[in-house]
Design a protein around this ligand. Structure first.
Ligand SMILES: [Zn+2]
Ligand SMILES: [Zn+2]
Length: 174
């Protein structure tokens, strides 16, 4: 199924706006999307240098020089009666900060995930397991920068902003 390049929302066939090779769910995502198009057209050799620099540089979160800076995911769920909200949010950080953030997200799920039916009861174990999987993945300290990191370095370069600022403006673009 096709999905919006910017927000990842799944789109039914014929839905969405095509821009070059990318597909967007609406005008708002498309304006972020023009940044993505610009980002994708930046020359690979320049970007590769920037990706390596980001990967081996200081962590944008703790500012320490620990290396293996990459995109890491933390998964949350909160529910109350029939209401529930889920999220899987990426963040660029070192492995150390990633595991700390994922453990906090895991505790969060256990504390506030359960209190709804059916999605709280069903969704909490899913998000807990996803956090554990992400922690194991982050713990391996990726030697090679991931494709998501490259994608985000491209967006930051297209916006001419530091990674950390670009990430706050376009959190879903990673
Ligand atoms: Zn969208
Ligand atoms: Zn860090």
């Amino acid at each position: 199924m096709p999905s919006c390049t910017n927000c990842n929302r799944l789109l039914v066939p014929m839905e969405g706006i095509q821009l070059g090779e990318e597909l967007f769910c609406g005008a708002r995502c498309m304006s972020s999307g023009s940044v993505i198009l610009r980002a994708n057209s930046l020359p690979s050799d320049v970007i590769q240098g920037m990706v390596q620099q980001a990967h081996s540089g200081p962590c944008p979160v703790c500012r320490l020089q620990r290396g293996a800076v990459d995109v890491h995911y933390a998964h949350k769920i909160a529910s109350f009666f029939i209401f529930s909200t889920w999220s899987s949010a990426p963040q660029i950080s070192c492995t150390h900060c990633a595991i700390k953030r994922q453990s906090l997200a895991l505790v969060y799920c256990i504390l506030v995930g359960w209190w709804g039916f059916p999605w709280g009861i069903l969704g909490t174990p899913v998000q807990v397991v996803r956090n554990i999987i992400s922690m194991v993945k982050s713990g391996k300290k990726p030697i090679q920068p991931s494709a998501q990191l490259e994608r985000f370095v491209r967006i930051a370069a297209a916006l001419q902003l530091p990674l950390k600022v670009a990430q706050e403006l376009y959190p879903k673009s990673i």
